[in-house]
Write a protein that binds this ligand. Structure first.
Ligand SMILES: [Mn+2]
Length: 423
């Protein structure tokens, strides 16, 4: 028995005695079992007990689903502005699916906006494709036998209506955002209390869905991307929970620290700096909220909004920051109000806060949602959307939207009964 051979080699008489007692006891199997079960399997890496069980079940189910779809081609749909968490997990899905001869295309119908995300994709060769919104309608999606949503539930991608039109079956939804509605997928793993989808995917790896090999360059790059995803969704591990640290510990065997460092060194563009500066200048502080409208910005700089929110929430006595602006898409001459929320207040649920603040559109869809510590919203500008020659008109339009967003937010920040209703 494993325990005995260990003590024999050890040679310590006390230990020998212990083991002798254990093995001579007729109930030794019963005594040993819990100890053995509690002994971590170090080749797999540690998993918290509950997550371990859930993950084993999920991986079993996912294997069956992938087996059923052997030889298929899947569309992996990411949010329009994919973050490292989404990008890296999609990559893992691709590698896993390859084992079942399933071809995958990782697609986003927006832009890689954050400088770190651009660096991540370029430096690791991450296999994601951008489908430009104007060309979406010309795409032939009928080549896909299934689609997969990772780090989203189809509510933050323009690909969803196309997928629905063609009735492409939803194979899997793997996400850590609050449930955005009913899911009709063959496989669903939704864990709103998990900080990062990267943690979920790392746990899949830990129980053997894919054997990472530190001699395989693609695996090393993918592990590096996962580490980046995990760090970025946990505020550089500062909001990480036990399972995230354990996942990071596992990834530490495979990732390339130097490569991660290069990704993190990516510098901000001047335009992003300008947006952050505007947010700082325009911010209004009330009841520990910091709220800032930043005016117009280009589609490719959209990610400056969450970066500005990340920055504003670091101010003393501020627990929640909301930054928003009008993002202009020159290709389509479209405008949309986009906002980000960041909070360090444990009792504030960003998903509830945003849903409560902005409500639903005429079709009953919410304008946004969130996960723990962060959320976002997108409000189409409809008839008022589009470029206008007159600077005066442009200024007026911003002022109207700015006032409207502020009014919605302040209703929650300064509630009449003095209680923030979503806490
Ligand atoms: Mn995420």
């Amino acid at each position: 028995m494993h325990l005995n051979s260990l003590t024999v080699q050890d040679g310590s008489s006390a230990l020998m005695m212990d083991s002798a007692e254990v093995s001579s006891d007729p109930a030794s199997a019963d005594l040993l079992e819990p100890r053995e079960r509690a002994m971590p399997n170090f080749s797999r890496g540690l998993l918290p007990p509950q997550a371990g069980q859930l993950t084993e079940q999920k991986v079993e189910a996912l294997r069956r689903v992938l087996e059923r779809h052997r030889g298929d081609r899947h569309l992996v749909a990411l949010q329009d502005f994919p973050d490292p968490d989404a990008l890296s997990c999609a990559w893992v899905y691709k590698l896993v699916a390859q084992q079942y001869e399933i071809r995958t295309d990782i697609v986003y119908a927006g832009a890689l906006s954050h400088q770190e995300n651009i660096a991540l994709v370029r430096l690791t060769g991450l296999p994601a494709q951008r489908w430009m919104p104007p060309t979406l309608r010309e795409r032939d999606l009928s080549v896909y036998q299934g689609c997969v949503f990772i780090d989203n539930q189809g509510t933050t991608t323009q690909l969803t209506p196309l997928i629905q039109q063609l009735n492409i079956p939803i194979i899997a939804v793997i996400d850590h955002h609050t449930a955005q509605g009913e899911m009709k997928a063959e496989f669903v793993d939704l864990r709103p209390h998990t900080r990062a989808t990267s943690t979920i995917f790392t746990q899949y790896l830990q129980v053997g869905l894919l054997q990472l090999d530190s001699g395989n360059t693609e695996h090393v790059k993918c592990a590096t991307a996962l580490m980046h995803g995990l760090r970025s969704d946990t505020n550089r591990l500062m909001q990480a929970q036990e399972e995230d640290f354990l996942a990071a510990a596992y990834l530490s065997r495979f990732y390339d620290a130097q490569l991660l460092n290069s990704v993190l060194q990516a510098s901000r563009s001047k335009r992003v700096m300008d947006v952050i500066e505007r947010s700082l200048r325009n911010r209004v502080l009330q009841n520990n909220f910091s709220i800032a409208g930043v005016g117009y910005l280009r589609y490719d700089d959209r990610d400056a909004i969450p970066q500005a929110a990340d920055f504003l929430v670091t101010e003393e006595n501020v627990h929640t920051a909301v930054v928003y602006g009008i993002v202009h898409d020159e290709d389509e001459d479209l405008e949309v109000v986009i906002g980000s929320l960041r909070t360090s207040k444990i009792t504030l649920d960003p998903d509830e806060f945003i849903k409560e603040a902005f409500g639903q559109d005429s079709q009953g869809r919410f304008f946004g949602g969130g996960r723990s510590m962060a959320g976002g919203f997108e409000i189409p500008m409809g008839f008022l959307s589009g470029f206008n020659e007159s600077p005066e008109y442009t200024r007026m339009k911003w002022e109207v939207f700015d006032a409207q967003v502020k009014q919605k937010l302040f209703r929650l920040v300064n509630p009449e009964n003095g209680v923030i209703s979503t806490i």
